[in-house]
Each structure stands twice: as structure tokens, then as C-alpha cells.
Design a binder for this molecule. Structure first.
Ligand code: NAD
Length: 485
């Protein structure tokens, strides 16, 4: 057990084991071995964290916005100080290439903390004057204790995306990171103590979703839940939260279309972005374009250029700075994705590249590596093109014209994001407005301005995160009406 990293809960400013002292193994996807363990917490641990958060709330809600902003910034400074170490930990925990964690995940976690630190000092509320003697103004008050539940694919990135606005707005937080990738959230908890957050303001409880997550959702003193994860879990949370009329923000799965029109600019940079939009982070990003719709007039030429680039992607040890793809996050997820490829084959898909596990030598011999896989030949109604696979699997689908592209793109229960590639400006605007998604990228992908509303429609989401949308979610508006004599 000596070289296994033991994580702790953060409750009332103290790092504690779970009350039962039971632990869950945390695996390194590149090796298949357990390298850490996190508390297998119980509902008692959640209750203790909620109690601490309740006690801390009145004083935190009274703290000036400047003081809250300073603390969030100090936390950002500490993450920045330890960026290299935290990026290595994130890579080890999730299987993603360390270069990606260093360039994307951890810088974005720092940006989240800094963004909401600044945003809260700039936020203003509304006033409405009905006539010269009547004035309405809106107070935006913190909700109280809020629960933040995050997934494994972008662990610290999404964890901070929730806790930063919640804390900035004056709430106290009980947060539950994914039990599959809990390490960097635990590290953030330690850093929050060093930053000087008062005890009970940020609490982190590790453990299983149906135990810790569910108790958080059902706890009568938790007034709002911000959740990111699968649509299935989102539905369970919505059901459990409904009887108490809790405020909910749900960011869920996607089956995003990337649409390439015949007139697109096929420069190297654009082709690289289209490839990245399918395979970044092993395809384990909710925004990845797993359905690649290509206009028939350019389909054959595009396919060859695209496949050349996909075949050139290097699957390797996440610690190797030259690896483009690392390992899939868990054995269970690896088996699920392999099963999806087998299902696609059985349904008649042609596997144009990949389709098989990748065997590496040395320390990665037992890791969960999968070759980037491109399929074609399945109708849009096939399960492969309807169900979220969440791995390095892209399905090519030809289309004739704009109307057909839009019809295919919208014919899914999901509606998170879409990207479209065209040099025709009229078409770009026209198609963007007709796509049933919360986000549309035109000639780009994963460009993020943190002020913009982020989230999906249909089964991909309820509510929006980011900018003032997040601050609105984490506050309760109260209208005050004054009649002047
Ligand atoms: P998941 O739903 O299995 O788990 C997400 C979190 O919910 C984890 O912390 C888990 O422990 C917890 N949980 C599980 N059961 C629960 C329950 N009954 N009550 C409360 N909490 C519970 O999702 P995952 O496998 O960790 O993440 C992958 C999914 O997340 C994919 O579907 C992906 O599309 C989605 N995702 C969406 C976005 C977005 O912004 N829309 C971003 C990232 C990931």
C-alpha cells in the first residue's frame, strides 16, 4: 500500500477519511493498475459536509465580493504554481496525454477560477422603473448550500467550472468528483486550505455516484445541484430532485455532428481541427463530433485526406509528450467502446481504419488503448449513429444538400454541439440557426469564450453554464418594489 496515493475528503476545512474507512481503487488507465485510492464515502459523510457548509454559509454570503474574488484568485495562483505536477496527476488518473492536460485541462481550470473571480466583481443587477414613483430592483442572493457533481473526462476542468461560480456567488459547496478520476479534485481541496478558504466553504466528498451523489441530490438542505455527466444519470437526478423542487443544471451527453460542405476550406489547419474534433482526449469529450457528415460532391476526396491524418495519430504512453491519444479511462469503458465497434461491424459498417485495441510494450502493456476508428456505411438511424459512444470512434455519413445535412444532424435525441465547415457565409448563418444544438462552431471547434452560454438542448442539457448564466443559476433573484411617496 505504501506507494499508493491515499486521497481524503475535505470536510469543514479538514482532510478526513470516510467514516467507514473504506476505499475505492483508482486505476491508471495506461497501466491498468491501481495507483491511488479514494474514500468510499457514505451518506453520513455527505451529511457531515452539508452540516459544515450550512454553518459556513451565513458568514461566506456576507463576505465582500472582493474578498471572495481574492480567494479564488489565490487558489488559481496555487494551481498555476503546481501546474506541471497537477497535469501529470491528471494524465495518470484519466489516461489523457500529459501534453493535453498541460495545454488544455489545467490551464482551463486556472482560467475558470480567474474568470469567475473577475466576473463576480463586475456583475450588476437590474432595476425597473414603472413610473416616477415606483422603483423595482432585483437582488441576486446566494442560494445556500449547493451540490456540484462532475464526470471523469475533464476532471479538474469541469470541477472548477462548477465550484468557481458557486463560490463566487456566495454559496457554500459540497462537491463530488468522479470516483474514476478523483485525484486532481482532492489536490484542489488541499490547495483550498493553503489559499485560506474558511472551513466549510468548500467541501469535497469522494465516493460512488449512487451513494454520495444520490445523497447530495436528496439532502433537504442542498438547495441546488449542478451536474455534468451522462444523460442516464441526469435523468435519475432530475427524478430524485423533483419532489423537493430543487434548482437543477444538467449538462449531459451528445452525439454531435461535424458537417463538411463541398465548399469548405480544406487547408491543413482545418483538416487537423476536424480530426481533433473527433479524437481529442480519445474522443472522450462531450463536444467531440462523432458523426462526420460530408457532402457527396467531395466525399471520396475528403475521406482519403481525412483517413491519412487519422492514421498518422500516435496512440501511446500518456507520459510521452508525442502521444496524440492516450488510454481510455477504465476497463469498463474500454469494453463498452470495443462493444460499440463490434455492434457497428455486425450492423454492416465498414471499418476504414482502427477498430482494434492497441498493444503497447513496457509499462503500458496492460493499458486500455484503442486505435482511432473511422466507420462508414451505416444509416443515421443505426445505434452507432444515435447512441453516445464517447471514445475514439467517428462515423462518416454522406449527404446531398443543405436540407439533408440539417435533417440528419437534427435526427437524434441529443442536442449539445455542432461544427460546420463552409466558406459560404450565408449558408453558415442559415444552417447554424436551424441546428437543434446549444452550441455551433463555424470553421472551428472547441473555441471557448467563458462569457458565452454553454450547454445543450433536448437530452443533452437543461440550463446553461458560463458567464452570467452560471452566476444566475447559483443565485436566487428577488424583486424588491418600492413605492415612493
Ligand atoms: P456519469 O453520469 O456516470 O457520472 C457523472 C457523475 O455523476 C459522477 O461523479 C458519478 O459518480 C455521479 N453519479 C452517478 N450516479 C449518480 C446518481 N445516481 N446520483 C448522483 N450522482 C451520480 O458520467 P461519466 O461517465 O462520469 O461521464 C461521461 C458522460 O458525461 C458522457 O455522457 C458525457 O457526454 C458527459 N459529459 C457532458 C458534458 C457537458 O458539458 N454536456 C461534459 C463532460 C461530460
Amino acid at each position: 500500500m505504501n506507494d499508493v496515493l491515499t486521497l481524503a475528503n475535505l470536510v469543514d476545512g479538514r482532510l478526513l477519511p470516510g467514516r467507514s474507512s473504506a476505499y475505492l481503487d483508482v486505476h491508471e488507465p495506461a497501466t491498468g493498475s491501481a495507483f491511488a485510492r479514494c474514500p468510499d464515502s457514505s451518506s453520513d459523510d455527505v451529511d457531515a459536509a452539508v452540516l459544515a457548509a450550512r454553518r459556513a454559509h451565513p458568514a461566506w454570503a456576507e463576505t465582500t465580493v472582493d474578498a471572495r474574488a481574492r480567494l479564488l484568485n489565490r487558489l488559481a495562483d496555487l494551481v498555476e504554481r503546481d501546474l506541471q505536477e497537477i497535469a501529470e496527476l491528471e494524465s495518470r488518473d484519466s489516461g489523457k496525454p500529459v501534453a493535453l492536460a498541460r495545454m488544455l485541462d489545467i490551464p482551463r481550470a486556472i482560467a475558470n477560477l480567474r474568470f469567475f473571480s473577475a466576473a463576480i466583481t463586475q456583475w450588476a443587477s437590474e432595476s425597473h422603473s414603472s413610473d416616477p414613483r415606483t422603483l423595482n430592483y432585483t437582488l441576486r442572493q446566494p442560494i445556500g448550500v449547493v451540490g456540484c457533481i462532475s464526470p471523469w473526462n475533464l476532471p479538474l476542468y469541469l470541477f472548477t467550472w462548477k465550484i468557481a461560480p458557486a463560490l463566487a456567488a456566495g454559496n457554500t459547496v459540497v462537491a463530488k468528483p468522479s470516483e474514476i478520476t478523483p485525484c486532481t479534485a482532492a489536490r484542489l481541496g488541499e490547495l483550498s486550505i493553503e489559499a485560506g478558504f474558511p472551513p466549510g466553504v468548500l467541501n469535497i466528498v469522494h465516493g460512488r455516484g449512487p451513494v454520495v451523489g444520490q445523497r447530495l441530490v436528496e439532502h433537504p438542505q442542498v438547495k441546488a445541484i449542478s451536474f455534468t455527466g451522462s444523460t442516464q444519470t441526469g435523468a435519475a437526478i432530475a427524478t430524485a430532485a423533483a419532489p423537493a423542487f430543487k434548482k437543477l443544471s444538467l449538462e449531459m451527453g451528445g452525439k454531435n455532428p461535424a458537417i463538411v460542405f463541398g465548399d469548405f476550406d480544406c487547408s491543413d489547419g482545418n483538416l487537423d481541427t476536424i480530426v481533433r474534433s473527433g479524437f481529442a482526449n480519445q474522443g472522450e469529450i462531450c463536444l467531440c463530433g462523432s458523426r462526420l457528415l460530408v457532402q457527396r460532391s467531395v466525399y471520396d476526396d475528403f475521406r482519403e485526406c481525412y483517413l491519412d491524418r487519422v492514421r498518422a495519430l500516435r496512440v501511446g504512453d500518456p507520459q510521452n509528450p508525442h502521444s496524440d491519444l492516450g488510454a481510455l479511462v477504465s476497463r469498463a469503458h474500454f469494453d463498452k467502446v470495443v462493444g460499440c465497434i463490434e455492434r457497428a461491424r455486425a450492423d454492416g459498417a465498414r471499418v476504414l481504419c482502427g477498430g482494434e485495441p492497441v498493444r503497447l510494450d513496457g509499462r503500458c502493456a496492460d493499458g486500455w488503448f484503442l486505435a482511432p476508428t473511422v466507420l462508414e456505411g451505416l444509416p443515421n438511424e443505426a445505434p452507432t449513429n444515435q447512441q453516445e459512444i464517447f471514445g475514439p470512434v467517428v462515423s462518416l455519413i454522406p449527404f446531398e444538400d443543405e436540407d439533408e445535412a440539417i435533417a440528419i444532424a437534427n435526427a437524434t435525441e441529443y442536442g449539445l454541439a455542432a461544427s460546420l465547415w463552409t466558406t459560404n457565409l450565408d449558408r453558415a448563418h442559415r444552417v447554424a440557426s436551424r441546428l437543434e444544438t446549444g452550441i455551433v462552431w463555424i470553421n472551428c471547434w472547441l473555441e471557448r469564450d467563458l462569457r458565452t452560454p454553454f450547454g445543450g438542448v433536448k437530452h443533452s442539457g437543461v440550463g446553461r453554464e458560463g458567464g452570467v448564466d452560471a452566476l444566475r443559476f447559483f443565485t436566487e433573484p428577488k424583486n424588491v418594489c418600492i413605492r415612493l411617496s
